[in-house]
Ligand binder design. Structure first.
Ligand SMILES: Cc1cc2nc3c(=O)[nH]c(=O)nc-3n(C[C@H](O)[C@H](O)[C@H](O)COP(=O)(O)O)c2cc1C
Length: 188
């Protein structure tokens, strides 16, 4: 059961559409008794991975970059459920989300990834009505491959179309699905 859940929002819009979906997932998880912490990536200083490989040379050491990932790594390790919420930017995840994901590299080593066995849920928002032409499918495919690679489990995904910040809340069926995904994640 995912009782300790980290919700990571990769949109620069605090009250945007992916954040609205993430809030619903969090509400569903809390309803099921899970402890939920939400992280807003835009507010953090997260530098790109420099491929220095220090994390691999000194096994069991975290990334040597001194930025806000230092505080996030322990939270990621402690979580048993992780929700990634992202807008679609240029036919895939936002840069904020991608920077965060690249830094997962430091959680890997010869004995696999510290993310192995964790339960993930994904929430995506995009403007185009079609998940294919919006690029949402590219993001979903990225998550599918990444979770498969690190040995994590995808509990579910929610995604839908909206343009203006918060507009997605009008899509009641989607908001309900996001809430149910939170409950599913907490019970998974
Ligand atoms: C820089 C930028 C790039 C975007 N690229 C796409 C895109 O490739 N496909 C799409 O359907 N929508 C695109 N959009 C629209 C956003 O995905 C859409 O407004 C979404 O609802 C934003 O989610 P948010 O409110 O969580 O930030 C883009 C928006 C911006 C600002």
């Amino acid at each position: 059961m995912a009782r300790n859940i980290l919700v990571v929002i990769g949109s620069p819009r605090r009250n945007g559409n992916s954040a609205a979906l993430a809030k619903q997932v969090a509400a569903g998880a809390k309803e099921d008794g899970a402890k939920v912490e939400t992280i807003f990536l835009q507010a953090l200083n997260i530098q790109p991975c420099t491929a220095c490989d220090a994390c691999r040379k000194k096994l069991k050491k975290d990334c040597i970059i001194k930025d806000d990932m230092k505080a996030l790594y322990p939270k990621i390790k402690a979580a048993d459920g992780i929700v990634i919420a992202s807008p679609i930017y240029w036919f895939t995840v936002s840069a904020q989300t991608k920077l965060f994901m690249d830094r997962w590299y430091a959680l890997g080593g010869d004995d696999g990834y510290a993310l192995a066995g964790k339960k993930f849920a994904v929430a995506l928002a995009y403007a185009d009505a079609d998940p294919f032409s919006s690029g949402a499918v590219n993001a979903l495919r990225t998550f599918q491959d990444a979770f498969n690679f690190i040995g994590a489990e995808v509990v579910g995904t929610v995604y839908g179309s909206a343009w203006k910040a918060g507009e997605i809340k009008k899509n009641k069926a989607l908001m309900d699905s996001a809430y149910e995904l939170g409950r599913k994640l907490a019970g998974a």
